[in-house]
Design a protein around this ligand. Structure first.
Ligand code: URA
Length: 435
């Protein structure tokens, strides 16, 4: 195989065979194919697309490019949940303990944030001492003992995707449907869960800006999961505005804790209930949707989901006292309001701009090496459809640096759009894709 010939074939609109894809991925992982040739291939795929057969072959080649987690020592159905990424998306932090408190085995691998969307691991590190750098043995033992563990994605799980994703990130080739589907599903398949619930985001803060593209991505990933023998369901949910009210690591952890106390924002609590319902069904913990919903409501009401979070935090070295006293979470030095510059209904929020505000404050990573300030971010007081009078607070901003605060404040103001008439509200859940 000559990489040059494969690039030319794809550039001219041809389809790569399974063996060509296998060889290409093996060669790239081993360092035999240089980045510049792979970058050219990614761009050719970006413009020419991939057939379903090519996407399956790419997913399987990447899933088999390194270690695969063996979770067979954990009794019961292991369920994973994955979001395609969004602003204010702290779902795993509330949902994983909720589902675990209902008896579902949560053995989850998560990543760090890059760019304007945060990562679960960064958020969890708001608990002093918390670590996701645990061994596979400890991970399996913990799931058997308390029903839940989240570990960091190791370099040995789907290493081809790790390398390829970093390359795509700097060559403007991330937002291609087949490449996203194969990237996410290769990691999920290598992580070993029996069942996967996907949260595919749609809107201005998501990779997929239109519902049509989001449903197509959801169908593609569900097909890949089911073909690999994993029960897979995808929920397509709104990311036209931030999820919940908090954006920023420790602030999002606080909101997840409030949600576990039954005091969370309606949209976020609703999304946890919907995704949780499918986790309970796929995990065999509930017989039908009604039973799943009432179990999820019960573990919030009786405090067992909150206790499960505390147990999980403690098991991974974190300060569980912070679960019960959120004032102990990292706090920013400067806390100020952002006043509305005009009266009117909030018609639209440029969602990724709000993520960028948090990034500017220091809450995200501009490069893979950047340190994250866990304490900074924003808490929105007005969302789409709300009426606001000029001078009222749109949001509270948490910062540690005046210059960054000024920049974020200015950007935030531009992200809000107002109208005289109340806008038509879109539902949070746009649909469900089953195999
Ligand atoms: N998340 C991933 O893991 N891969 C992508 O390609 C996009 C989002």
């Amino acid at each position: 195989m000559r990489m040059y010939d494969l690039i030319m074939k794809k550039r001219n609109g041809g389809a790569l065979s399974r063996s060509e894809i296998d060889e290409m991925i093996a060669g790239y992982t081993a360092g035999q194919i240089p980045d510049y040739q792979m970058a050219a291939m990614m761009m050719a795929i970006y413009f020419r697309g991939m057939s379903p057969e090519e996407t399956v072959a790419l997913t399987m080649a990447m899933a088999h490019s390194g270690d695969r987690m063996d979770l067979s020592a954990i009794a019961g159905v292991k369920v994973d949940k994955h979001s395609t990424g969004g602003v204010g998306d702290k779902t795993s932090i509330a949902l994983a303990p909720m589902a675990a408190a209902c008896g579902v085995k949560i053995a989850k691998m998560s990543g760090r944030g890059l760019g304007h969307t945060g990562g679960t691991i960064d958020k969890l590190e708001s608990f002093a001492g918390f670590t996701t750098g645990i061994t596979a043995e400890r991970f399996v033992r913990q799931v058997n003992e308390i029903g839940i563990s989240i570990m960091g994605q190791t370099a040995d799980i789907a290493p081809a995707d790790r390398k390829l994703y970093a390359l795509r990130d700097v060559t403007a080739t991330v937002d291609n449907m087949s490449l996203i589907a194969s990237s996410i599903m290769s990691k999920k398949l290598a992580s070993g869960a029996d069942a996967i619930v996907l949260d595919v985001k749609t809107g201005s803060g998501a990779f997929m800006k239109t519902e049509e593209d989001s449903f197509a991505l959801a169908r593609e990933m569900v097909t890949l999961g089911n073909m690999a023998g994993r029960k897979t369901i995808a929920v397509v949910s709104d990311m036209d505005q931030p999820l919940g009210r908090a954006v920023g690591n420790a602030l999002e952890v606080q909101e997840a804790i409030e949600t576990l106390r039954g005091e969370g924002p309606e949209d976020f609590a609703g999304l946890c209930r919907t995704l949780g319902t499918y986790m309970l069904l796929l995990g065999g913990a509930a017989a039908d949707e009604q039973e799943a919903e009432s179990m999820l409501d019960r573990v919030v009401r009786d405090g067992s989901a909150l206790r499960k979070l505390a147990e999980f935090v403690e098991a991974q070295g974190g300060d569980a006292g912070m679960v019960y006293d959120t004032s102990l979470l990292p706090q920013a030095a400067i806390v100020e309001e952002i006043a509305a510059s005009q009266s009117g209904y909030v018609e639209r929020i440029d969602c990724d701009e709000i993520g960028i505000c948090s990034l500017l404050l220091g809450g995200g990573r501009e490069t893979k090496e950047s340190a994250v300030d866990l304490s900074v971010g924003l808490v929105l007081h007005r969302k789409v459809g709300d009426y606001v009078t000029a001078g009222e607070s749109l949001a509270t901003i948490h910062a540690n640096d005046r210059e960054r605060l000024g920049e974020a404040r200015e950007r935030f103001q531009k992200a809000y759009h107002f109208s005289d008439a109340a806008p038509v509200l879109q539902p949070l859940i746009r649909g469900v894709v089953r195999g």
